[in-house]
Every structure is written in structure tokens, then in C-alpha cells.
Design a protein. Structure first.
Length: 78
């Protein structure tokens, strides 16, 4: 099962803002270039891409929680 990993430490967000729906939900088809979340580092937001084609399984990291580099953010089904 392909995993989407955090490229850097920061705060993970699964939505663009608190009023928006999550970027992806279980069962969504994703392409490698799809944004699945954001990492905030020092008031800068970095888009996290799926980096693989597949079906979105679910988020592993919690919305608004700190993450470390290499931590699993979400999982895909290839």
C-alpha cells in the first residue's frame, strides 16, 4: 500500500481552511499531482502531492497536528 510521507516537519492540514472539505476522502481516485494536504512551516504553506496514482484510502495524520519528516500522512491503494 503506497504511503504519502511528510517531506518536512511542521503542522499538517488536510483542508485549505477550516470551512473547506478535506482535500480527499476515502475512495477518491487520485493522480500523482493531486494535492492531499498542506504542511505549515513558519507561516509558509507547502502543498503535499500524492506522488502516485491510486485510490485514496484515508489520512493517517490528524488535521492540525504536528508531524515530523518521513511521518506517514495518508495511504493509497495502488
Amino acid at each position: 500500500m503506497p504511503q504519502i510521507l511528510s517531506p518536512l516537519p511542521g503542522t499538517f492540514y488536510m483542508r485549505a481552511n477550516p470551512e473547506s472539505a478535506a482535500y480527499k476522502k476515502a475512495g477518491d481516485v487520485v493522480s500523482a499531482t493531486d494535492t492531499i494536504g498542506l504542511i505549515e512551516v513558519m507561516k509558509t504553506f507547502i502543498e503535499i502531492k500524492a506522488e502516485a496514482d491510486g485510490t485514496f484510502q484515508d489520512y493517517v495524520a490528524e488535521d492540525g497536528e504536528p508531524v515530523t519528516a518521513g511521518q506517514v500522512l495518508a495511504e493509497l491503494e495502488g
